[in-house]
Design a protein around this ligand. Structure first.
Ligand code: IMP
Length: 416
């Protein structure tokens, strides 16, 4: 794996990033894991020796005592949620001192962002957001009224910015007939977490430049997936950040020309949370079977995920956008036991100007396998039909599949 790499979801998120990052950090001795967008709308699930853990803000590399992590400026950080995650890891005896850093120019997400998200979702055609306040927090960033992590360094400035932000939030909420929590209460909570989080604040740009100069290994960890990108995804049913590779540079200040490789995560079938077009969605019995077999329930929302078949034209588009060096195919074990597996190989009327809702999938049925691939660690140990499924994807996309995840456990992984 190249020294400076990016790992991204190529579908609508939930491709199993948490487990893969955790494995890569360990196997490839990654020094830095860096998040560049999103907030606690993400949910990266890890099965660890301590039990199951869902990380929302912290990068999955935090579990490895030697890896250091940076939450980049492109993120919207809910400090109360972050503190909860930090405390959970500390409870498990995972040391964080000197390993976790927050970019001073990352935006803060506060409780009123969640109130606005909730009010909007309840009152109009919903996007199906996670209701974590992500959209409103990014709106404030772009409108230049956000509070930033570095504002904690100057109490007067922080107080002033918080007051004017809350004044704006009060007016937004009152239009929905919602009254706001008292300003003093919000301020007190934010000021209380400051003590613990302030020592973590760094200049992200020089932190990464120094890491690069020392030859340290850096992995940028995407959250959500390519088609939730605010510019390139299924707008308006998207999240409010750039989830594709374009977000790495703007979300960290790391020069794009210094990124050496981008790796894509592809789930062996497709899922989506929330509203929006999904050409290969299976509304029938098979879709429900995939959901239960794949345990497809949102780790953040608790809602069942919509399920369907692998969509190759979608991944081809993700490759066009991100230029994948290689892919990691995840959750192959979920397809165990199917006699045949439909794969979308083309769209009847592919026209990206109109968007995905106008496209009709054309399927090819590939043979399934009855043996279990669960826990396999060698490609040759997979049933022939599973090997053929992998090779079919590679040949259709013209990109190699370097890793295959065959189960939730840390070691259920094939490296080719
Ligand atoms: P938001 O990011 O909470 O504003 O939600 C916008 C859209 O992105 C909704 O359809 C969410 O379901 C989806 N979304 C946000 N985060 C994730 C994720 O981690 N996995 C899958 N979908 C997500």
């Amino acid at each position: 794996m190249q020294r400076v790499s990016v790992l991204l979801g190529s579908q609508w998120g939930d491709e199993g990033k948490g487990k893969v990052v955790d494995w890569l950090v360990h196997q490839h001795q990654i020094d830095w894991v860096v998040r560049f967008q999103g907030g606690n709308n993400a949910g990266h699930t890890l099965v660890t020796p301590h039990g199951k853990l869902v990380l929302r803000l912290l990068p999955s590399g935090m579990l490895h005592p030697k890896a250091r992590c940076l939450l980049g400026n492109g993120m919207v950080i809910n400090p109360l949620a972050l503190l909860e995650e930090i405390e959970q890891l500390e409870e498990w005896g995972i040391p964080l001192a000197g390993r976790l850093h927050l970019a001073a120019n990352a935006s803060l997400l506060i409780s009123t962002h969640m109130d606005i998200d909730y009010a909007r979702e309840s009152s109009r055609n919903p996007i199906g957001t996670t209701r974590r306040g992500i959209g409103p927090a990014y709106e404030d960033k772009i409108a230049r009224r956000a509070l930033r992590v570095g504002d904690w360094l100057d109490k007067d400035l922080f107080d002033e910015r918080l007051s004017s932000l809350l004044q704006y939030h009060r007016s937004v909420l009152s239009a929905f007939g919602v009254s706001m929590t008292s300003e003093a209460e919000i301020r007190e909570k934010l000021w209380a977490v400051r003590e613990k989080l302030l020592p973590l604040v760094v200049d992200g740009v020089s932190t990464l430049a120094q890491a690069k100069a020392k030859g340290e290994r850096i992995l940028f960890e995407g959250a959500q997936g390519t088609f939730l990108d605010v510019d390139q995804g299924t707008y308006p049913y998207v999240t409010s950040s750039n989830t594709s590779v374009a977000g790495v540079a703007s979300g960290t200040g790391f020069p794009p020309g210094e990124v050496q490789a981008v790796f894509g995560l592809v789930k062996a079938y497709t899922t989506r949370v929330g509203e929006g077009p999904f050409p290969t969605e299976d509304h029938g019995e098979s879709g429900r079977w995939l959901a239960s077999q794949g345990n497809e329930f949102g780790s953040v929302t608790g809602r069942p995920r919509r399920c369907g078949w692998l969509d190759l034209p979608l991944i081809r588009r993700a490759h066009q956008l991100n230029h994948f060096e290689a892919l990691c195919l995840t959750k192959l074990d979920v397809l165990d036991g199917l006699s045949e597996i439909p794969v979308c190989v083309a769209y009847e009327n592919e026209d990206w100007r109109l968007g995905l809702s106008h496209m009709k999938p054309v399927y090819q049925k590939l043979p399934g396998w009855s043996e279990s691939v669960s826990g396999a660690t060698r490609f040759e140990a997979l049933p022939e039909a599973a090997q053929a499924y992998v090779k079919f994807i590679e040949e259709s996309l013209g990109v190699s599949i370097r890793w295959i995840s065959t189960g939730a456990e840390r070691d259920a992984m094939i490296e080719r």
